[in-house]
Design a protein around this ligand. Structure first.
Ligand code: KMH
Ligand code: ZN
Length: 283
């Protein structure tokens, strides 16, 4: 078994999300070509996975399979990192829109295993809805990553694997600091890790001011990966807006190196995440 400080760290870039707009940072990419070039510049800086949402021309979050398809095609023309679509979408989206990315043949899809308040809104994913999304992803040969916003979501995912409702391997992204979800603190990290079986690939996303500290803590605890990008925060450091997603990835790579770890290449990330090496959806 590899010890934590030998395993290369997977950097995921989340280039656009659904909530952030150009009012917060004018550099947020919207169109498929803007997202794809931002993602591939991030790959140059060390990102091995792209967590994708898509936007309409006016920047509003979209459930268009065409936009997802165009974005993924453009990414694959220019770089070889792992594509992951969100099925969380935006809080107000119906399930059809949330599932649209599954039609774009990504390698991975994010999946919610529960509901929570998301700021002033409710972000609802019922058990029947999650089962439907999981089934659609399995039918399309797409791997899954659980997006967990609080401890119950982690516990539910582990139970779902035990009940045969979620395929192995279990992959989990632990999200800290969403208003309505678990806080960003050392104690929260321990609580989120507790239900996970040993050797589960886990990555960390943190929203808000504590992001750098949470990512550093996660790296010291042996996280398999960390996530950065405009979906999670628009600042490079306090008061300084990031120029690009690649700049945020660059900073993440610097942190990884400072803490004595290495950045995973896309092919190392595929191996760590038990994905087919050729970058195509599994059959
Ligand atoms: N935009 C959030 C409501 C995910 O991508 O799975 C959902 C989200 C999580 O961003
Ligand atoms: Zn997302």
């Amino acid at each position: 078994m590899m010890s934590w400080n030998k395993r290369p760290v997977i950097i995921t870039v989340a280039p656009t999300g659904a909530e952030v707009t150009r009012n917060e940072n004018p550099n947020v990419p919207y169109s498929p070509s803007e997202i794809a070039s931002s993602v591939c510049a991030s790959a140059q800086a060390g990102a091995a996975v792209a967590h994708l949402h898509v936007r309409e021309q006016d920047g509003s979050p979209s459930g268009s399979a065409v936009l997802f398809g165009d974005t993924i095609d453009l990414i694959r023309e220019s770089c070889s990192l792992i594509t992951m679509v969100s099925t969380g979408g935006a809080v107000w989206m119906g399930m059809e829109d949330r599932a649209a990315g599954l039609r774009a043949a990504p390698e991975l899809a994010g999946i919610e295993t529960g509901s929570l308040n998301f700021g002033d809104e409710a972000f609802v994913t019922t058990r029947p809805q999650m089962h439907e999304l999981i089934e659609a992803a399995i039918q399309a040969g797409i791997g899954l990553e659980v997006e967990a916003f609080e401890v119950g979501h982690v516990y539910e995912a582990v139970q779902m694997v035990q009940r045969g409702e979620l395929p192995v391997p279990l992959r989990v992204n632990l999200v800290f600091g969403v208003p309505g979800g678990i806080d960003a603190s050392p104690e929260a990290l321990i609580a989120m890790l507790r239900p996970l079986p040993p050797d589960t690939p886990w990555t960390v996303t943190a929203i808000g001011r504590s992001q750098p500290r949470m990512l550093a803590l996660a790296l010291l605890y042996g996280a398999w990966g960390i996530r950065v990008g405009f979906e999670d925060g628009v600042y490079l450091r306090r008061g300084v807006l990031a120029d690009s997603n690649a700049q945020l990835v660059d900073q993440a790579a610097l942190l990884i190196g400072l803490l004595g770890r290495k950045v995973a290449t896309p092919s190392q990330a595929r191996e760590l995440l038990a994905l087919p090496p050729d970058g195509l959806a599994s059959s």
